[in-house]
Design a protein around this ligand. Structure first.
Ligand SMILES: Cc1cc2nc3c(=O)[nH]c(=O)nc-3n(C[C@H](O)[C@H](O)[C@H](O)COP(=O)(O)O)c2cc1C
Length: 218
């Protein structure tokens, strides 16, 4: 398991061009999605929502303003768009109150206590309520944990992938409203990711800093 995980980390790379003829099986793609769904998040609030696009025209629609994603989307088997919740992630939202009750199955007294901690965290510790962006950026950070897991999961089942931030966010959010019927009053666009099989599979040289340059032990 250790060996397989490390091998997946070593062989995964940002694939630039996918083979449009090759599709990831439902079983493998569900495995990838499961690792996103099961990812950890701050306070366990899972602020993410994923759109999975297989339709060719829709892949082109979503990457109309994406310089870093258009070519990846064209041949991708599955194209993921990650959204994060905005106002719903405030400590006093009805959404979170329901989430703690219905998803986390917490009793009322624990919900009250957790909400109090979360309020302090948002207001004082991380100062997330200074403007809308601080809160949505924090929500986005959680969604990136799911991204990392899904990319590695892809490599484990032999699928290639590419994470994508190369897009005009404002213009793409307009596309999400107009062509995907997403309420962008509630959601923020975090990132996209292409999954599929490389058109020209080749061994990629991993370049990373040395462990001693990245880590300081005490
Ligand atoms: C959040 C994020 C956004 C990225 N955006 C793009 C992108 O828009 N287009 C692209 O081709 N690669 C993109 N990449 C891929 C990186 O350039 C790549 O992961 C990095 O150079 C390391 O190379 P490797 O993943 O092949 O090991 C992105 C990576 C991350 C993590």
């Amino acid at each position: 398991m250790k060996k397989q995980f490390l091998e997946a980390m070593n062989t995964r790379y940002a694939c630039k061009e996918f083979d449009i003829e090759k599709k990831i099986s439902d079983e493998d793609f569900n495995f990838i999605l499961e690792t996103g769904r099961l990812s950890p998040s701050s306070f366990g609030f899972e602020p993410w929502q994923f759109l999975v696009i297989k339709d060719q025209q829709k892949k082109l629609d979503i990457t109309e303003f994406s310089w870093g994603g258009r070519d990846r989307a064209t041949g991708a088997s599955h194209f993921v768009v990650a959204l994060t919740r905005k106002g719903d992630m405030r400590h006093d939202s009805e959404y979170l109150n329901n989430f703690m009750r219905d998803v986390q199955k917490l009793p009322e007294n624990v919900i009250e206590m957790k909400t109090g901690f979360f309020k302090g965290f948002q207001e004082n510790d991380f100062k997330l309520l200074e403007n809308e962006k601080t809160l949505t950026d924090w929500a986005s950070k959680q969604a990136y944990i799911a991204l990392g897991n899904m990319l590695t999961a892809g490599a484990i089942v032999g699928a290639d992938s590419c994470p994508i931030e190369g897009f005009d966010k404002e213009k793409t959010e307009k596309v999400l409203v107009e062509k995907f019927d997403i309420d962008m009053g509630k959601f923020d666009l975090a990132y996209m990711a292409a999954f599929g099989y490389a058109k020209n599979p080749a061994k990629h040289e991993k370049t990373r800093r040395k462990l001693e340059d990245v880590v300081k032990f005490y």
